[in-house]
Design a protein around this ligand. Structure first.
Ligand code: 6PG
Length: 471
C-alpha cells in the first residue's frame, strides 16, 4: 500500500511516532539521513507496514499526495537543512510537519518562507517523551488550518486520550502557535519540577523525613488534587535503590546539578520580551543554573553563615502545609503561563483557545494532571478569563491555602532552605492582588534623576516634579 504519511528522522522520537501511526492502521514511509538507522528500524519491525527509503527522492516519491511528512530531526540548523533538501521534491499543497522542540520564531519564519512555494508548514509541539511518542503523546500543531485538516484524522488517532476519550491534539493557531504553546508547556514543566524538588527538600531538611517516608508522602499526594504524572514518577523515583550496588536510594547518589535543553529559558526570555510577569518559571530556570554552580556552592557552604539554631516544627502540620503550598504555587505557575499565552495570543495574532489547550494537556504530556480538568472547566466557563486565580474554583483554593504558603515560606527562610518557587508564587499572588504597589517610589526616582515624568492618582496627564528647585 502507498504510505499515507512519512517520517524523516529515525532517532527514538521519530521511530516511535512512526510505530505509533502504523499501529493505527496506516502505512508509514520512513527515512533517515544515515541509511543504516532506517535499515535497523525496518529490520526490527519487518512485520509492520513501514516502507523504508534510502534516498530522500525515493522517500518523497513513495508518498500518497498531497504528501504528509513529519520531521523529527534535531531542532535548529538540522531542520533547515532537511527542508532545503525536501523543497525541490515537493508539490504545492504538501504538508510538512516539524515535530521537534523548535523555537517558535523559527517556525514562524519557515512557515512564511514555505508558504511562498505553496508548501504548508506545521510546527507541532509533541510532549510525552519516548513512551508518549509510541503510545500516544499530547500534540500541539500550529500552521495553516487547511493543512492541519489534512493530517487531523491521523493525529487524532495517534494522540493520547483523556479520561473522557477526547484526543490530546487540537489545532492551536497560525504559524508558530503550536511551538509557542509547547514552549509554555515546557516552562510550566520546569515550574512543576522545581516545586516538587523544593517540597522534597523541605520534607527532607526541614521535616527530617527519610527518602522512603517522602516516597510514601508523594504517593499519598498523588491520590488527591495533586494527582499528576510528575508527582507519580517522583514517588516512584524515591523508592528506587542505586543500581550500582551502594545500597543507597538512587536520589542520594545523583549529583545535584540540573542541565537543560533551553525551552524553559525561551519561555522566560519571551516573557521578558513581551513584558509579562512569569516569575515562577523564571525562578525555576535560575534554580537550574545555580544548581550547575556546584563548585562555587561547595566553597561557599564552608564560608557563608548558616541560620542560627534549629526551627521547631509540628511535623505532621508542616507536611500538610507543604502539600497546600505545592498546589497553591502550581496554580500561580499555571496562572502565569496562561497569562503569558493570553498576551502572546494578541501580540502574535493567534486567537488561542485556552480551554482547548488545557484539554489536550490532560493526558499524554509531561505536565498531565488531574487539575488540568479544572483549568479546562475554568476557560470553558469564561473563555476571556483574565487570570486563572480569578476563576471560582481556583479563587477558593487561594482562600483556603494562602496562609499555609505564608507560614511555610516563613519557616523555610528561617531554616535556611531555599524556596525560590514557593516564594515567587506567594509574591506574585500578593503583587497581583495589591491595589497599590510601591511603584510610585520607583517612578519618583526615575523622575528625580532622569525627568522620566510620572502620572498622578488624582488627575490625568504626565507630570514632572521640580526636584532641584528650593521649596
Ligand atoms: C516533553 C518534554 C521534552 C523535553 C525534555 C527536556 O514535553 O516531552 O518537555 O520535550 O525535551 O523534558 O527538557 P529540558 O532538558 O530542558 O529539561
Amino acid at each position: 500500500q502507498t504510505p499515507q504519511i512519512g517520517v524523516v528522522g529515525m532517532a527514538v522520537m521519530g521511530k516511535n511516532l512512526a510505530l505509533n501511526i502504523e499501529s493505527r492502521g496506516y502505512t508509514v514511509a520512513i527515512y533517515n539521513r544515515t541509511s543504516s538507522k532506517t535499515e535497523t528500524v525496518a529490520k526490527e519491525h519487518a512485520d509492520k507496514k513501514l516502507v523504508p527509503s534510502y534516498s530522500i527522492q525515493d522517500f518523497v516519491a513513495s508518498l500518497e499526495k498531497p504528501r504528509r511528512i513529519i520531521l523529527m530531526v534535531k531542532a535548529g540548523a538540522g531542520t533547515d537543512a532537511v527542508i532545503q533538501e525536501l523543497l525541490p521534491l515537493l508539490d504545492k499543497g504538501d504538508v510538512l510537519i516539524d515535530g521537534g522542540n523548535t523555537f517558535f520564531k523559527d517556525t514562524m519564519r519557515r512557515n512564511a518562507e514555505l508558504d511562498k512555494s505553496g508548501i504548508n508548514f506545521i510546527g507541532m509541539g509533541v510532549s510525552g517523551g519516548e513512551l508518549g511518542a509510541l503510545q500516544g503523546p499530547s500534540m500541539m500543531p500550529g500552521g495553516q488550518k487547511e493543512a492541519y485538516d489534512l493530517v487531523a484524522p491521523i493525529f487524532e488517532q495517534m494522540a493520547a486520550k483523556a479520561q473522557d476519550g477526547a484526543p490530546c491534539v487540537t489545532y492551536i493557531g497560525a504559524n508558530g502557535a503550536g511551538h509557542y504553546v509547547k514552549m509554555i508547556h515546557n516552562g510550566i514543566e520546569y515550574g512543576d519540577e522545581e516545586l516538587i524538588a523544593e517540597s522534597y527538600h523541605l520534607l527532607h531538611d526541614l521535616v527530617g523525613l527519610s527518602v522512603a517516608e517522602i516516597a510514601d508522602i508523594f504517593a499519598d499526594w498523588n491520590k488527591g488534587e495533586l494527582d499528576s504524572y510528575l508527582i507519580e514518577i517522583t514517588a516512584d523515583i524515591l523508592t528506587r535503590k542505586d543500581d550500582l550496588g551502594t545500597g543507597k536510594p538512587i536520589v542520594d547518589v545523583i549529583l545535584d546539578r540540573t542541565a537543560n535543553k533551553g525551552t524553559g529559558k525561551w519561555s522566560s526570555g519571551n516573557a521578558l520580551e513581551l513584558e509579562i510577569p512569569q516569575s515562577l518559571i523564571t525562578e525555576s530556570v535560575y534554580a537550574r543554573y545555580i544548581s550547575m554552580m556546584k563548585d562555587e556552592r561547595v566553597k561557599a557552604s564552608k564560608v557563608l553563615p548558616k541560620p542560627a539554631g534549629k526551627v521547631a516544627i509540628d511535623k505532621k502540620a508542616v507536611v500538610e502545609m507543604i502539600r497546600k503550598a505545592l498546589y497553591f504555587s502550581k496554580i500561580m505557575s499555571y496562572a502565569q503561563g496562561f497569562e503569558q499565552m493570553r498576551i502572546a495570543s494578541a501580540h502574535y495574532d493567534w486567537d488561542l483557545d485556552y480551554a482547548n489547550i488545557a484539554r489536550i494537556w490532560r493526558a499524554g504530556c509531561i505536565i498531565r494532571a488531574q487539575f488540568l480538568q479544572n483549568i479546562t472547566d475554568a476557560y470553558e466557563k469564561d473563555p476571556k478569563l483574565q487570570n486563572l486565580m480569578l476563576d471560582d474554583y481556583f479563587l477558593d483554593i487561594t482562600k483556603q491555602y494562602q496562609e499555609s504558603v505564608r507560614d511555610l515560606v516563613g519557616l523555610a527562610v528561617k531554616a535556611g532552605v531555599p524556596v525560590p518557587g514557593f516564594a515567587a508564587a506567594i509574591s506574585y499572588f500578593d503583587s497581583y492582588r495589591a491595589e497599590r504597589l510601591p511603584a510610585n517610589i520607583i517612578q519618583a526616582e526615575r523622575d528625580y534623576f532622569g525627568a522620566h515624568t510620572y502620572e498622578r492618582t488624582d488627575r490625568e496627564g504626565s507630570f514632572h516634579y521640580p526636584w532641584y528647585e528650593e521649596q
